[in-house]
Design a binder for this molecule. Structure first.
Ligand code: DC
Length: 225
């Protein structure tokens, strides 16, 4: 494969982005970057360092010294915050909420976007998030916007939690998804929204394989063009 594209996949929480992006990256031998994990790690960092989200100087100092690394692993990427493996901790409910809260802050977004552009500058990368096609890589070679109805998304999250031995009431999951989508879509800076040139994919009735195949075939067509 000669062309090393930048592929942006955006969409609301639990719309199928990360599972699809992960499998697609494996097929294309691309690097997969879950940018949500970076906001999650930043949120966790404020907790660990006792940084108040309203204290801009303290937040800036934290960001100036932060190290977030995403490493490929067969069973899912590992996320390191200041060299500590935080892959599991950042998936917990308090950090999920905090990540959406910290993601409204301008200096946080500026730092994350800077890191993300650096990672993707040579192509061969699939990034998923909320603003990849609109802000981080507005010139991405491919942009996809994945959506799914809230029931489908909640049921995916429920199953994921169950596989990890956790039973969370469905209405609690739905409430959290709706809150987060609203918070992510209504923020002033880089809100969650479909780029005008993104290809929308409604994954509600689709299996993971169908989602991957659909995107893969679009990219293969581009490669041979
Ligand atoms: O994709 P995720 O659920 O792990 O993302 C966690 C939060 O991070 C999400 O609620 C909003 C924020 N986020 C963002 O603002 N921009 C991104 N590119 C990715 C995530």
């Amino acid at each position: 494969m000669n062309k090393r594209f930048v592929i942006a996949i955006d969409g609301p929480a639990a719309s199928g982005k990360s599972t699809t992006a992960k499998q697609l990256a494996r097929k294309l031998k691309y690097v997969y970057i879950d940018t949500g994990a970076m906001y999650r790690a930043s949120g966790l960092c404020t907790l660990l360092q006792n940084v108040n989200l309203n204290d801009e100087a303290a937040l800036k100092n934290m960001l100036d010294n932060i190290s977030i690394k995403i490493e490929y692993a067969e069973d899912g990427n590992r996320v390191y915050l200041n060299d500590k493996n935080v892959s599991e901790r950042i998936r917990e409910a308090d950090i999920t909420k905090l990540s959406s809260q910290i993601a409204v802050i301008r200096i946080v977004r500026e730092k994350m976007v800077e890191l993300q552009r650096k990672i993707g500058e040579n192509g061969g990368v699939i990034m998923d998030g909320r603003d990849i096609g609109t802000v981080v890589f507005p010139n991405a070679d491919y942009k996809f916007f994945m959506i799914a109805d809230v029931k489908t998304r909640a049921s995916r999250r429920w199953k994921e939690a169950k596989e990890n031995g956790e039973i969370i009431p469905m209405d609690e999951i739905e409430e959290e998804l709706i809150w987060r989508d609203e918070n992510d879509s209504n923020r002033e800076i880089s809100p969650l929204k479909q780029a005008t040139d993104a290809i929308p994919i409604d994954t509600s009735g689709m299996s993971i394989d169908e989602q991957v195949d659909m995107i893969y075939s679009v990219i293969k067509r581009g490669e041979n063009a």
